[in-house]
Design a binder for this molecule. Structure first.
Ligand SMILES: CC(C)CCC[C@@H](C)[C@H]1CC[C@H]2[C@@H]3CC=C4C[C@@H](O)CC[C@]4(C)[C@H]3CC[C@]12C
Length: 449
């Protein structure tokens, strides 16, 4: 009798254990489901209707492009294709909605926590900002992306740049052919997406504006406009020049953004891009006017970038001049300089000055500016460095920028640490992931590619 009882007791124990394992599995499944939903994979908010999406693909892009394409025949061909039956298109939306097609695999929460641990020894301010950033990202799925580039297949031999371009002084450099050695392993279409590395600033700006804090909105927009330059520090190679009509699509549910770019003109090179996040859309076209000065190359971006929040607030700005120094001798580097005016259609606008680096400059890459209200009164001062961080302080400190140092100012944005496996391309951790061919993506490619 007693032995029977203890046997039943043992069986009960096993059953209880099995039940708790089952419950755990259920909880995990539920959590994964919530993650997928919040990433917008099935969410109506994040997805555009089929009609809207194709509208952007063909309507806005062609509206956005200002330059006529070089080959009329090619243009005609492209138009012919777009006139074809709707069903003949590879429907990006359909593919993007399938969780398996996301570029990367879903990463476990524990793994994510591990990554957070790495940043333990950061300053309070930085921690707060990162906490904020995590807040922005916690709504999105965690995706496992590669952390290093594949190793080169063979040893490369260095080539002298000057030997290649000495005969082209004064010419349009976009027409000069350079050996592949000078290329970095991404295309200009992908490079445009690099400007959105810190898209959490726009999520945050949207949130602030919705809460009625328009000042914080423009401050975060300004930080975003500067943050796009951070990835250019230490980059010495040219991105690949895409073909006319070539496109690049990126779906990053882990950042809550989808991006699309297309080369819309060959001479001059013109790329149109469009990006959608949660509560905002960002679009523009990138066209560079290049001047070759012998020892340096000056790049003047032409065109306007537009950021529109779902509540109707719009900001527009143009990029500043970029100069690439030491083409002949010394270490090649680039600097960004000039005035950036962020025009808003509501309460505030912002002026940022990218200071030109001088030989004696001990603190290069400085950016200073201020936010003005409609009457032209300066309500906040911004300071920082485009390759590092941006801070703000309330009130007008533009005359006494020394008082506006990081100790009494608040942090808006801080650049992420570079990856540990830097190659000669110096790609950021984000750039490394832009053309990663993940198993889910591979099956969407045209056979034979
Ligand atoms: C002559 C070649 C081999 C050397 C120069 C290569 C590097 C430094 C050049 C080539 C293309 C350049 C980029 C082209 C476009 C832009 C967009 C602009 O709004 C900011 C600068 C930025 C991001 C440039 C930074 C410098 C850049 C990366």
């Amino acid at each position: 009798m007693l032995s029977e009882f203890s046997e039943i007791q043992g069986q009960l124990k096993v059953l209880c254990e099995e039940r708790s394992i089952l419950l755990d599995t259920l909880r995990q499944l539920e959590a994964a489901n919530i993650e997928a939903e919040s990433s917008g994979i099935h969410d109506g908010d994040y997805q555009l209707s089929k009609h809207e999406y194709s509208g952007i693909g063909r309507g806005k892009y062609s509206e956005g492009s200002t330059t006529e394409s070089s080959g009329d025949i090619e243009k005609q061909e492209l138009e012919d294709v777009s006139d074809e039956d709707e069903t003949s298109f590879h429907d990006t939306k359909e593919h993007f909605t399938e969780p398996a097609v996301i570029c990367g695999s879903v990463r476990g929460a524990a793994d994510h926590a591990d990554n957070q641990k790495e940043n333990e020894n950061q300053l309070d301010d930085v921690e707060r900002m990162h906490g904020d950033k995590e807040d922005c990202y916690s709504r999105y799925a965690q995706i496992e992306r590669r952390k290093k580039l594949p190793d080169p297949v063979e040893k490369e031999k260095g080539v002298s740049l000057w030997s290649m371009i000495k005969d082209n002084v004064g010419k349009d450099l976009t027409r000069v052919c350079l050996p592949v050695y000078f290329n970095e392993p991404i295309s200009s279409l992908q490079k445009c997406f690099e400007d959105l590395e810190y898209s959490y600033l726009l999520d945050r700006a949207y949130k602030y504006g919705k809460e009625g804090n328009s000042l914080q909105r423009i401050l975060n927009v300004a930080a975003f406009a500067v943050s796009g330059y951070a990835s250019s520090e230490g980059r010495h190679c040219k991105p690949f020049n895409p073909l006319l009509g070539e496109t690049y699509e990126a779906d990053f549910p882990d950042k809550g953004v989808r991006f699309f770019s297309e080369k819309v003109s060959h001479h001059p090179t013109l790329i149109a891009c469009h990006c959608e996040g949660n509560g905002w859309k960002f679009w523009g076209d990138s066209n560079l006017r290049t001047k070759f000065w012998g020892r340096s190359i000056q790049l003047d971006p032409v065109g306007v970038l537009t950021l529109e929040f779902d509540d109707g607030e719009i900001f527009q700005w143009s990029k500043v001049t970029t100069t690439i120094y030491n083409i002949i001798l010394g270490k090649l580097y680039c600097d960004h300089h000039g005035l950036m005016h962020i025009h808003g259609n509501r309460d505030y606008s912002c002026k940022l000055k990218f200071k030109e680096q001088s030989i004696l400059d001990r603190t290069p890459h400085q950016v200073h500016g201020s936010v003005e209200d409609l009457s032209g009164k300066k309500v906040a001062t911004l300071t920082g460095k485009w390759d590092d961080s941006m801070y703000y302080i309330s009130g007008d400190f533009s005359g006494k920028l020394k008082d506006c140092n990081p100790s009494n100012a608040s942090l808006l944005w801080k650049r992420d640490k570079p990856p540990s496996n830097l190659t000669r391309y110096n790609l950021t951790s984000f750039a490394i992931t832009l053309n990663e061919l993940t198993p889910g993506l591979q099956r969407c490619l045209i056979p034979g590619i």
